[in-house]
Design a protein around this ligand. Sequence first.
Ligand SMILES: *Cc1c(COP(=O)(O)O)cnc(C)c1O
Length: 487
Amino acid sequence: MKVVEPLIFEMSAPGRQAHSLPECDVPARPLDELLPAGMLRESPANLPEVSEVDLVRHFTRLSQLNHGVDTGFYPLGSCTMKYNPKVNEWVARLEGFVDLHPYMPEELVQGALKLLYDMERYLCEIGGLARVSMQPAAGAHGEATGLLIIRAYHQHRGQGHRKKIIIPDSAHGTNPASTTMCGYRTVEVKSDERGGVDLKDLERTLDDEVAGLMLTNPNTLGLFDENIHVISKMVHEAGGLLYYDGANANAVLGISRPADCGFDVVHFNLHKTFGTPHGGGGPGSGPVGVIEELVPYLPVPLVEYDGSRYYLNYDLPHSIGRMRSFYGNFNVVVKAYAYIRALGPEGLRRVSEDAVLNANYLMAKLKEYYWLPYDRICKHEFVLSGKRQKDRYGVRTMDIAKRLLDFGYHPPTVYFPLIVDEALMIEPTETESKETLDGFIDAMIQIAREAEEEPEKLHQAPHRTPVGRLDEVRASRFPNLRYRREE
Ligand SMILES: *Cc1c(COP(=O)(O)O)cnc(C)c1O
């Protein structure tokens, strides 16, 4: 366990500095000759004066205060915080990639175009799709792209009156948000007692206003909807399309393909499933793929190969247009490409099998201590509930999450999905050893005991972190990032 030191931010001392530059040998010109008077400062900038060693220690210390996949277990459900192989960083930093400029002519970027082209083939194979666009910058951006494709498809067929998108009550918040942003109305469909789409309730929502249904499978409960073929038939018969939120694809690589299950539009979260670093706002990558019938609506440009050279194709008359400048977050695509190439088809399947095994191991060990609302084999994640602890001892899921920090673990996703009271959504990923999983199990069992014997300890947690409970909303809405020297 790290020793917690007090956080010192004020280290400035007058005259101290981190640089030593030679005397300027160019005659100095008065500043007001160089800049208009109105643009000149009236007093010196209020900057910290610190030595190089102070500067390095300050930022190194700050970087160590952050919990990351490189520092510890990070079972944040739905986010797939797997280990990110460092060799992929090296690949993405190769000069041939980082020195490219998006305005370079096609003949000078044949390697980069080939990478995009090959990556598209891999994602087509993984999803069972006809074509994939690498443009969307994240999953949510992929959702917007996919919904615009669905809209363009309906409009083109004279079905522009279709304004409803059906979304299960277990869905991620970005699904209804993207729906609204694309001018659609969200209609919620209930989950049944097994955690899948309630088919009776789905029946109720289907009419000729339906544009499509968005589904995550396995869903945010970590449960695979075995009725997917029935759902697909029902939605398609009503004239709607099926959208696959691929955030949970880590459970199904090489095992089931979304298009084979009836999905028409699919997004991948390269930053989740394919091992590229994410969190804190990006960068991500959310490629969108479609079945043959929807290819004409994909964003432009698509990367094509004519047998001797790769080129960018802007000639898609029905395209929804551009979704992002240039060609997407290319650097993230490079890392995901390296990840896929390193593992190969068998390796990817093994990723999912191990992710599912790890989740079921944790679930089986913990269900004695916490309520498990959907008690059946899970996929790559599962949802426990802190309801027992709340009802009996007044300990909330937030208390449990905060106490986990004292053991050096990042807490699971909490209070989501919304349909589970006091939810704790746990996704261990495939990259963790049995020892790490056992350590986490022990911590969770100890916390269950503490809830019973010393609940106050949990209300006060965390005890060993540099800061305690923060106003998280305020911290993210009004971040105070500006240095001001104390007078
Ligand atoms: C993460 C996630 C998204 C959004 O993806 P981003 O890449 O974060 O925009 C959508 N749906 C589910 C189920 C997710 O877990």
